[in-house]
Ligand binder design. Structure first.
Ligand code: GLC
Length: 434
């Protein structure tokens, strides 16, 4: 079978009559940003499947506007921790009873995804009607981020849990997480499931997991949207990547509103505020990249990592900055790395196997590829795409991949979960929709 057919087959197998799970066993529910990338891929060959995926995601939206990072469509599936009962999200009166959900969010990808779908199906009236229906819900989601997550009114929202960033165990979070001291009794007992399904070397450590649980409990204490979260959380980060994705999606909302004659005045105001602070807060001239900002300790997070490249996708950097970022990638490629490693390969914290501490993630390549194209860096954009294609072809449709070429030469599989949905959908979109 050709890779494209395999990719479609994987999505078909992960489809659960209305939404797509990331991979069986390890992630048996609907994950927010995975779901967005899957809808992007399926929109190229089965628009109904794509719209149902999105519709299902929004069926889990909270009254305060939040889109949860997981929707537990089945309450019987018990192989995942933390399951819906541990999250206990209904402690917030605005959380729907069905589907059950987690109490935190993930990157705001749906704006740019819907815009892509709308542009590529402009002749399809059903698609237009669908976008018009989802549009206010999307605005409501963005409003949630500005209203509940931006105490200083900078137009830059915070996260209080690493899982919100989508880059769960990135070394970016180490400093803040290490400051959380777990004492006996400060978190409830829990039983992890992931390490019995996937290789423990490729998963976050026990110490990290305890702290994830600690922050989850903190969210629960304040019903997941209370002001006190910002006051108390030891982990309070403005993630440059998530804010770049929000800016990208704001732009998409504004474009869609223009195309469909909808109102986007509120979005334009948010956008202006976000753009006026983004560079000042997140650009780091020494590292020549964008970095996150720790609101609790009032300092930038001084690391180079994949999220620092995502502003390219949101058209944020000026040409001079963009060139520095492009040079960085070219240099990595010249040094024998596949593009794009998720963390600084020269840092002692780089770990080529462990999740977000080094390996390559397909949906990140999708965004970086688009960003580089927008700035006219076509050679690097092509490389980001062909490297991913090569890795998938050689190692399979895994969750993430080794970045060092000489290591890859002796490997026969990727890392993490196999038959992974967003690997398949990013592949499909990259190779059929350009
Ligand atoms: C992991 C990833 C996250 C993803 C989820 C489901 O938690 O870090 O980004 O959404 O798995 O694939």
């Amino acid at each position: 079978m050709r890779d494209l057919e395999i990719a479609k087959q994987i999505i078909q197998n992960n489809w659960r009559d209305g939404f797509t799970i990331p991979t069986s066993k390890l992630y048996p529910f609907q994950w927010m940003w995975d779901s967005g990338f899957v809808a992007l891929g399926t929109s190229t060959y089965d628009i109904n499947m794509s719209l149902r995926e999105i519709e299902n995601m929004f069926s889990g939206q909270w009254e305060n506007g939040m889109l949860p990072h997981i929707l537990f469509h089945s309450e019987k599936e018990k192989t995942y921790f933390p399951n819906y009962d541990f999250w206990n999200s209904n402690i917030n009166e605005g959380a729907p009873n069905f589907p059950k959900s987690s109490g935190i969010t993930q990157p705001a990808v749906f704006g740019f995804i819907l815009n892509d779908i709308l542009k590529n199906h402009w002749e399809n009236e059903d698609v237009k009607a669908f976008v018009k229906k989802i549009f206010p819900k999307l605005v409501k989601y963005h409003r949630f981020l500005y209203k509940y997550r931006d105490p200083n009114q900078e137009g830059l929202f915070f996260i209080f849990h690493p899982w919100e960033s989508g880059r769960d165990n990135s070394p970016l979070w180490d400093d803040a997480m290490d400051k959380i001291k777990i004492h006996p009794g400060s978190i409830p007992n829990y039983q992890r499931r992931d390490t019995s399904i996937a290789d423990a070397d490729e998963r976050p450590t026990k110490e990290q997991y305890d702290r994830y649980v600690y922050l989850l409990e903190l969210g629960k204490k304040y019903k997941y949207d209370g002001k006190q979260i910002a006051e108390e959380s030891p982990f309070l980060i403005q993630d440059n990547m998530m804010n770049a994705i929000l800016i990208k999606s704001n732009n998409s909302l504004i474009e869609m509103a223009d195309d469909l004659k909808l109102d986007s005045n509120e979005v334009k105001e948010w956008q202006q505020l976000s753009m006026s602070n983004y560079d000042r807060k997140f650009w780091n001239e020494d590292l020549e990249t964008y970095v996150g900002f720790d609101l609790r300790y009032n300092k930038q997070l001084l690391h180079r990592e994949i999220g620092g490249l995502i502003p390219l996708f949101a058209d944020i950097p000026d040409q001079a900055k963009a060139e520095k970022m492009n040079n960085y990638l070219q240099n990595l490629s010249d040094r024998g790395y596949y593009l794009c490693p998720s963390f600084d390969v020269d840092s002692p914290k780089f770990d080529s196997k462990r999740y977000w501490r080094g390996p390559i993630w397909p949906q990140m390549n999708w965004m970086v590829h688009k960003g580089l194209r927008q700035y006219g860096f076509n050679d690097t954009a092509d490389k980001v795409k062909s490297d991913l294609n090569e890795l998938i072809h050689k190692l399979g449709f895994f969750e993430y991949f080794e970045a060092q070429k000489q290591v890859v030469d002796n490997l026969h599989r990727g890392y993490g979960g196999d038959n992974f949905s967003w690997t398949a959908s990013s592949y499909i979109h990259l190779n059929t929709a350009e």
